[in-house]
Design a protein around this ligand. Structure first.
Ligand SMILES: C[S@@+](CC[C@H](N)C(=O)[O-])C[C@H]1O[C@@H](n2cnc3c(N)ncnc32)[C@H](O)[C@@H]1O
Length: 319
């Protein structure tokens, strides 16, 4: 994330919306070397060469760049070859893929690469891509490291696995205990396992997060005795379908009954429908939970490129 184009690089690699990118860091006219540097920092970045972002995103990015350089006589060959060169050909030859990569550069030496679905809803689930609420909760953990230090953590509805990978990433040194990522969708669990392998190539298995299939209505049947006692439960963007509230509250009830008052839940909710959220909050109160709102991490302190299109609310839940 260093250099003149560090911000654009961070944004490009995680597919931040092109029209919101830090284009003001591109000082026109852009000489030959600067064009080369910009392309090397983005499309030509080694991470993108190995695990490319989705083709439609690459095209939108380059289109915007070419538009920006429209009054210049010289446009560097690297810009065109990024559209038609070996990396681009490699993506194009496989046709429009259901999956592509995103790279989240967090701080120097710490990044997460995730394979994610190119559409928000695929294979019957919304969990094959990472949602804004997960980024917000990730930011929250990075700003409140004591909250997770030494804790055994379970995630419900973990989707593509970002949070668990973040918590165990050796470069971040968060020193968390065991991390168990769960999701009811089989394709999500498979994707999480792929993403775990991708991000922990040299880590002993017992120090990686673990991903298992778990539906909220089957939590009592899960072999919890083979896992460390849960200290922290986390979930992001799981409050959107009120037909699932009873199952989720049932799962929480089971886990709080096992663990008692030692258990805390951190829940990050994207505020899409105020009534749905309000309904869940009421049910939490009715079930004897105490909810404390947590302060969101400000945009300038964020480790992620977040587009803040929807507000995210983070709450701590105790009983
Ligand atoms: C909107 S996605 C959020 C994924 C991830 N937490 C994130 O924020 O990027 C909701 C996730 O909850 C999972 N989910 C929904 N209902 C579930 C249930 N009854 N049991 C287990 N997982 C469920 C879905 O499979 C999906 O992965």
């Amino acid at each position: 994330m260093s250099g003149k184009y560090g911000k654009l690089q961070q944004q490009f690699l995680c597919c931040y919306p092109v029209y919101k990118m830090a284009w003001s860091s591109v000082k026109l006219p852009l000489n030959w070397e600067d064009q080369q540097e910009l392309i090397a920092a983005t499309c030509g970045h080694p991470m993108n060469r190995r695990y490319p972002v989705r083709r439609s995103y690459l095209e939108a990015f380059l289109k915007q760049l070419i538009h920006l350089l429209r009054d210049q006589e010289d446009v560097h060959d690297d810009i065109y070859s990024s559209l038609c060169g070996p990396v681009a050909d490699n993506i194009a030859s496989t046709g429009p893929s259901m999956y592509a990569y995103k790279h989240y550069l967090l701080e120097p030496g710490a990044h997460i690469t995730l394979r994610e679905s190119t559409s928000c809803v695929a294979e019957g689930t919304t969990g094959l891509c990472t949602w804004e609420a997960a980024l917000a909760l990730g930011d929250y953990f990075l700003q409140h490291r004591d909250l997770v230090r030494g804790k055994n953590i379970v995630e419900l509805g973990a989707g593509a696995g970002l949070l668990g990978i973040l918590l165990k990433l050796p470069a971040l040194q968060l020193h968390v205990g065991q991390v168990l990522l769960t999701d009811g969708s089989e394709p999500c669990v498979q994707l999480m396992r792929d993403n775990i392998s991708l991000n922990f190539p040299d880590t002993p298995k017992e120090q990686m997060p673990k991903a298992v299939q778990l539906s909220w209505d089957a939590v009592s049947k899960f072999p919890w005795e083979s896992h460390a006692e849960t200290d922290l439960l986390m979930a992001s963007d799981v409050i959107y379908d009120d037909s699932q509230f009873d199952a989720l509250l049932g799962a929480m009830d089971y886990l709080y009954t096992r663990r008692g008052s030692g258990l805390e839940t951190l829940l990050a909710n994207t505020v899409r429908n105020v009534d749905t959220l309000h309904k869940f909050m009421t049910q939490l109160g009715d079930n004897g939970y105490k909810v404390t709102p947590c302060a969101n991490v400000s945009a300038c302190a964020s480790h992620f490129c977040r587009d803040h299109t929807a507000a995210v609310q983070i709450i701590s839940i105790r009983r």
